[in-house]
Ligand binder design. Sequence first.
Ligand code: RIB
Ligand code: CA
Length: 314
Amino acid sequence: MSARPIILDTDPGQDDAIAILTALASPELDVLGITCVAGNVPLPLTLANARKLVELSGRSDVPVFAGCSRPFVRSLVTAEHVHGKTGLDGPELPEPTLPVDERHAVDFIIDTLRSHPEPVTLCPVGPLTNIAMAIVKEPSIVENIAEIVVMGGAWREGGNITPAAEFNIYVDPHAAHTVFESGAPIVVHSLDVTHRALMSDEWIESLRSLGTDVGIASAEMLAFYERFDEEKYGTSGGPLHDPNVIAYLLEPSLYQGKSVAVTIEIGSERTMGQTSVDWWGVTKKVPNCTWIDDVDADGFYRLLSERLARYPLA
Ligand code: RIB
Ligand code: CA
């Protein structure tokens, strides 16, 4: 079976980092490119972090692209309080030497979707600005999108940046609205599912015990990253949001979900970026996504451990 072509759109971010490292160690996926967007930290830092991670993985064959530096309409909101000043606090990774591809991320997404011989899966794990901009610039690309598997949104769990909204959707709600109304097949990994699979200190230490550059760096990233959610939620361990998108592509049987209609709030400041999930079909709106709401947590962390243990790649 040929590898599934994907584009990973990201705002690294320690959880983005584990998604990137897992994807790059998985031959089932053909990572055509990594596109960066402003989100957890400003674009220059998300771009530098993506380059550092691709170098750490040894997969310098995978191009990295700079994307949008701010949301469609609103001012950029960042999350240094979660991810640290660099966006990738924890390990000391060397300054990247990997070149940035000269094409803009939005043009790379458009060109790839127009030219790739088979439909491409888009995997946004940050604000949806790049994805939405590509759809607005060239609407015909929707026909060649296999799926958009997004980390974002919240319903039963409630928001993490406001009471109503999850960070990725909140940062660029207008982009999210554009994507969810595009007609593309969408699979949503919201806080409803990511909060059902919390990291444990034992799991993080098992990564450190690998003794590899990737294992040690991953443990240092996650030990820093989980502190915020542990303090906020009073839990032992925090959610590891973004790798759920990659795990879903590798082992979809780990997840359960339902086809529902989701609308993005862009009118009210109080609920800006809310993902309004019509779970019971009361609006009679045609479903526009699959809302994932359960995961085999043990299976999820087993899969991540197995893939991260493959480093250094042959
Ligand atoms: O709300 C969690 C999401 O926001 C994750 O993608 C995290 O990396 C941040 O981008
Ligand atoms: Ca992210």
